[in-house]
Design a protein around this ligand. Structure first.
Ligand code: SAH
Ligand code: SF4
Ligand code: F3S
Length: 443
């Protein structure tokens, strides 16, 4: 590698889950802190971070093709850092295969990017995929940027080892960030403009800590503490595993007004044999019972989930059970995926991998049901008057976009959108279902 000039502009490209988005924001803040500025839209950056995801199909191919596009035909190609879960899983291969990459950094080591960058400018390549638990948060500069809706990572890693999943390998063991650091970060986010905070974790409700008085608390206790921050008006969290949902959290949904009526609780499949082979600790029945308890505490709770079709050995009849659980729950929204064998996971070595055409057909059928239910949920919301947190301008002049309490996208227009502005909680009547979103009218 040659020496290069210090970069003046940067761009962070994040793929994957919200936790990667959060990490990407924190990396951007680090560069801002060093006096590097974000590249304008459409402009080449001197430094590009590819913040990658390894959860499904073709993760690394996407990285190589992006690197190709960033460097092809450019006299002064950018400095490239590969970060995120592909970096953690395949860092050495990336370094060996692509000269254009000068930094490879895992999700637990990105606070060391500034030092790696200095070395890169001097012509040295560095890989850092260490997993020092929690060290990065203390080393990062304090928060500087926030829109009305902010992410806050409270928990990282996963000890659940579902047999299909790479996360326990790419993100490491479950750790909880300390209570005081979280309260401080939340207050800071509110100070710089956040009205809503979504608590994040690969298993967010596995969070545990000690409050200011040294009492052991879980995520419900943390939510209660954050609800005390006056200018914070909405709290959400994701993603949860059914195994970590406790009574205190169910109760919190019943009595904390700032905790939004939305729960993302992936079930993955509806058949108990498949669930067992996935190493999920719930059955279809225990999952449904759990949801019932949440709905009793908060009757208008909107539910969301994740599904995998075509897990090794899944038969047609077993897949039908997934459709049954969908019918039984009535999800407001959901994500569904074809099973993808991930290198190094137990399921990848299982026999009876399901044929791609079978997976395609199952996915289509599942998505048709989920789509139907989302439409029905949105149609049933018509006529409701609710608060919409305005997040940005819409496509048309005067149009504003935001989220309902149930996490539906709502767009509305008014005379100058009625004077409503980004960051406001606008009172809106939901008037028209439009596919995955809703049209509204200012009240
Ligand atoms: N921690 C969360 C979600 C993690 S990954 C949970 O336990 O629910 C997000 C989603 O990606 C998963 O819920 C699962 O539906 C999907 N997923 C993970 N690994 C996958 C794989 N190998 N193939 C297909 N989908 C997968
Ligand atoms: Fe992956 Fe399962 Fe952990 Fe979720 S709980 S991150 S699906 S191993
Ligand atoms: Fe992807 Fe890593 Fe998140 S694999 S889903 S970026 S934890």
């Amino acid at each position: 590698m040659r020496k290069t000039a210090s970069p003046k502009t940067y761009r962070v490209e994040s793929f994957g889950c919200q936790m990667n988005v959060y990490d990407g924001e924190r990396m951007a803040e680090m560069f801002d802190h060093q006096g590097i500025t974000p590249a304008a839209e459409g402009e080449d950056a001197d430094l590009v971070v590819l913040n990658t995801c390894h959860i499904r199909e073709k993760a690394s191919e996407k990285v190589y093709s992006r690197i190709g596009r960033l460097t092809k035909g450019r006299q002064n190609p950018p400095l490239i850092a590969v970060a995120g879960c592909v970096a953690q899983a395949e860092g050495d291969e990336i370094m060996a295969r692509s000269d254009a990459v000068s930094m490879v950094v895992g999700p637990q080591a990105y606070h060391r990017l500034p030092a790696m960058l200095e070395r890169a400018v001097d012509g040295h390549r560095t890989t850092d995929t260490d997993m020092p638990a929690d060290a990065k948060f203390a080393a990062l500069p304090s928060r500087r940027k926030s829109g009305p809706s902010a992410f806050l990572t409270i928990q990282e890693g996963c000890d659940k080892f579902c047999t299909y999943c790479v996360v326990p390998y790419t993100r490491g063991a479950e750790i909880s960030r300390p209570y005081s650091a979280l309260v401080d970060e939340a207050k800071k986010l509110v100070e710089i403009g956040a009205k809503e905070i979504t608590l994040l974790g690969q298993n967010v409700s596995a969070w545990t800590g000690e409050d200011a008085k040294g009492r052991a608390i879980g995520m419900a206790g943390l939510i209660r503490a954050l609800a005390e921050i006056q200018e914070l008006v909405r709290i959400r969290y994701m993603t949860s595993h059914p195994a970590d949902m406790d009574d205190a959290l169910i109760e919190a949904h019943g009595d904390i007004a700032k905790l939004m009526p939305f729960l993302h609780l992936p079930v993955q499949a509806g058949n108990d044999r498949v669930l067992k082979a996935m190493n999920r600790s719930h059955t279809a029945e225990s999952y449904l019972k759990l949801l019932e308890r949440f709905r009793t505490a908060r009757p208008d709770l909107a539910l969301s989930g994740d599904f995998i079709v075509g897990f090794p050995g899944e038969t047609d009849a077993e897949f039908e059970d997934t459709l049954k659980i969908v019918d039984a729950v009535g999800y407001a929204q959901a994500y569904s995926f074809k099973y993808s064998p991930r290198p190094g996971t137990p399921a990848a070595a299982m026999e009876d991998q399901v044929a791609p055409e079978v997976m395609d057909e199952r996915l289509q059928r599942l998505q048709a049901r989920l789509g139907r239910d989302q439409l029905a949920f949105n149609a049933a919301s018509v006529g409701k008057i609710c608060e919409v947190l305005v997040e940005r301008q819409g496509k048309y002049p005067g149009q504003l976009l935001g989220k309902s309490p149930w996490l539906q996208s709502v767009h509305f227009t008014g005379p100058k959108a009625g004077g409503a502005a980004i960051g406001d909680l606008a009172t809106v009547e939901l008037v028209e279902p439009m596919g995955s979103s809703l049209g509204g009218r200012l009240v």
